[in-house]
Design a protein. Structure first.
Length: 291
């Protein structure tokens, strides 16, 4: 089967996890794996699989634009601000896995159709991918929701330098996305890096202040959207609720990773790379159908 060639910028944890998922994809093929660290474990994997690689980051794609049609940016928010104009000029379909928030924010289960019409999409944050669908489900029933707060707790070991360097961008971007997707003005996002041993599984909690909530409908809608997410993030599941107490609706979600490159407790990385692959494969399917 013909495959769409993709490029990955960033050879750290997220980039390497993407690489492994792409290797087994029936629709995608990695045409360039580029970063700046010659000692990256990801580079070793690319070498062993015969995948083209470079230590010249985005310059590698700029020098050989034919190497890919889709580009995943798994660098950092600041670096993506530099990369995106170049990739747009090269007419690449851009999937931004940083919290840079300069292109259309995408949560596949909510707005995939709209995103296929864009030249670039942003995947918000791992916490955003996990919690925004739940907040969206609640607000779709109760647009009069007064306040939404999310808390994303991840294992400290699963937070690489990219995550740690983007904590401020993580919280602000997630907060902004919560408001955008729900229409609720008052929102808040919190991230917790938990150093517990053994490392904890990613756990996310969504709190919504709602007067007289229709809990039967909320429960049904939340579990329906969680089922849809599991089609591309198999380790996603509701572990609490939704329940109503103390004048708020509470829902907790756990995300267990597939264990492709990192341990299963790194669900925070898995959910965003799974979302990225879902978008890229949808792009590829439409490209094949148009031929």
């Amino acid at each position: 089967m013909e495959k769409i060639k993709v490029g990955i910028i960033g050879t750290g944890n997220i980039g390497t996890d993407l690489l492994i998922k792409i290797i087994r994809s029936p629709f995608l093929e990695c045409g360039m794996f580029a970063g700046r660290n010659p000692d990256s474990k990801g580079i070793s994997i690319a070498k062993s699989k015969g995948i083209p690689y470079s230590f010249d980051s985005i310059n590698a794609i700029e020098k050989d634009p034919s190497c890919c049609e889709i580009v995943f940016d798994a660098t950092s928010a600041n670096v993506h601000l530099y990369n995106e104009p170049i990739l747009r000029r090269l007419n690449k379909f851009i999937i931004d896995l940083t919290p840079a928030k300069i292109s259309k924010m995408c949560v596949p289960v909510i707005n995939m159709e709209e995103c296929m019409e864009e030249p670039a999409v942003n995947l918000i944050t791992c916490g955003g991918q996990a919690t925004i669908p739940i907040a969206y489900a609640i607000s779709s029933i109760h647009p009069d929701t007064k306040y939404i707060e999310i808390v994303a707790s991840i294992a400290s070991k699963s937070a690489g330098s990219g995550t740690r360097n983007n904590i401020d961008e993580f919280t602000q971007t997630t907060k902004d996305a919560l408001s955008q997707f729900t229409g609720i003005e008052k929102t808040k996002a919190i991230i917790v890096l938990n150093p517990a041993e053994p490392p904890i599984i990613m756990r996310n909690t969504v709190y919504a202040v709602v007067d007289n909530p229709n809990m039967d409908l909320i429960y049904s809608r939340v579990h329906e959207i969680a089922k849809k997410i599991r089609k591309y993030v198999p380790g996603y599941r509701i572990v609490l609720g939704p329940i109503y107490e103390n004048n708020r609706v509470t829902t907790s979600i756990e995300v267990v990773g597939l264990g492709d490159y990192l341990p299963e407790y790194s669900g925070n990385l898995d959910i965003i790379t799974c979302a990225a692959i879902e978008i890229a494969e949808e792009y590829a399917k439409r490209k094949f159908m148009s031929k």
